[in-house]
Design a protein around this ligand. Structure first.
Ligand code: FES
Length: 157
């Protein structure tokens, strides 16, 4: 269920924590497994992560369902997480979100018809100094403008 490559990646996170504290790697483990499964999780994958980290299923499921980082249905190739928290909002995030939604013809938590983009409004991503900002899969884009958004999306194949 978890590929050897994913296990190696998870192991590198486990090594960052004291022996016996492998559960501290749960968020990264879920992210790694999600990335291998077209950007979404299901109960089998959550169970596999729980087994790998020697954690109760419910503890991993709680993490997987609490945070915005995880999807529970198939999403597009690129998941766009656009911060609409205070610093980003004060720097024009609401206008840019509307611009992006109009451009992609989708609303919050929707995927484009070609399955290329999934859009989510999220809370602070910890990059307030670069507000307004968004995240596409694992990469942050900061100090956004409409032109910058156009350029970013144009470069994604
Ligand atoms: S408020 Fe947007 S990254 Fe912090």
């Amino acid at each position: 269920m978890i590929s050897d490559k994913a296990k190696q990646q998870i192991d590198s996170w486990i090594k960052k924590y004291p022996k016996g504290r492998q559960s501290s790697a749960v968020m990264e483990a879920l992210k790694i497994v999600q990335n291998e499964n077209k950007g979404s999780l299901n109960s089998e994958l959550i169970k596999a992560v729980a087994n790998y980290l020697d954690m109760p299923f419910i503890a991993v499921a709680e993490v997987a369902t609490f945070y915005e980082n995880y999807n529970h249905k198939e999403v597009g190739k690129y998941t766009i997480r656009f911060c609409h928290n205070i610093s980003c909002m004060l720097n024009g995030a609401d206008d840019l979100i509307e611009y992006l939604q109009d451009k992609l013809k989708i609303q919050n938590n929707q995927t484009t018809q070609d399955n290329k983009f999934h859009f989510k409004k999220v809370e602070c991503l910890g990059a307030c100094i670069g507000a307004p900002m968004l995240q596409i899969n694992d990469k942050y884009y900061e100090n956004l403008t409409k032109q910058k958004i156009d350029d970013i999306l144009d470069k994604l194949k």
